[in-house]
Design a protein around this ligand. Sequence first.
Ligand SMILES: NC(=O)c1ccc[n+]([C@@H]2O[C@H](COP(=O)([O-])OP(=O)(O)OC[C@H]3O[C@@H](n4cnc5c(N)ncnc54)[C@H](O)[C@@H]3O)[C@@H](O)[C@H]2O)c1
Length: 253
Amino acid sequence: MERLQDKVAIITGSAAGIGKEIARAYAKEGAKVVIADFNEEAMKQTVEEFQASGFGVHGVTVNVAKREDVERMVKETIETFGKADILVNNAGVGDNMQAAANVEDPTWNRVMHINVNGVMHGLRSIIPHFIENGGGTIVNMASISGLAGGRGGLAYTSAKHAVVGMTKNVAAQYGPQNIRCNAIAPAHVETGFAQTMPNVDQFGMEVALRGIKLLPKAGQVQDIANIALFLASDESAYINGVALAADAGWSAY
Ligand SMILES: NC(=O)c1ccc[n+]([C@@H]2O[C@H](COP(=O)([O-])OP(=O)(O)OC[C@H]3O[C@@H](n4cnc5c(N)ncnc54)[C@H](O)[C@@H]3O)[C@@H](O)[C@H]2O)c1
């Protein structure tokens, strides 16, 4: 039996990078997947690619920062596939590594709107459906910056700590209703993520990189997709409310 047989999964930010690999891993294990991304062109390409592989797939153009977009994403999923079992709140952007003294309001606001409000919108929209359906599983994409203080700018670090907090809150409050909510906290993963950060703050970057030589190796998208698959499947049925460091032991030092 496939590990996600008969499941329906929504993955935000899944037209590229980690989210796309998670969607592929889920689809390979029998899930029907919803590719939800604000890059419409990349979303459509991903949908075509997945269709060509024989996967059950539906695409939605979504900006997770917008409440109405996220509500539409959940509604369309249920209309298309009849239900939703898994939500991966993966969409996120960087903060140009801006240290506290150099924070710019537009950067701060963008990071909070996407990385924090975006996750909240997903949680608020999906939980009533999960309750109605007897349960469901949420995987939030945090970061090692959600567990440690010195590896990103102020906004990104604050936002990813909020993601870890939301993860524990939902697990604690909705666990009794058969809803699981866990987070992944990756270190550096090779994707196009750095390109979302033009005009990097030199001071913020330098101080954040002080410990990078202790990172044994960069992660690959498959490394994170494997964890997301485990956390979405029943194999992790007894795990709820954790933020799992995926950093090759970097934070263990
Ligand atoms: N790459 C890393 O080193 C790394 C490390 C730790 C955590 N993360 C987290 O992993 C997640 C995915 O990162 P990635 O490296 O795959 O990035 P990426 O830039 O390669 O892909 C992100 C995808 O999300 C989409 N997206 C961005 N903002 C969106 C929005 N508002 N609404 C909908 N879609 C949106 C983009 O269009 C893109 O397709 C992010 O939350 C990021 O913070 C990444």
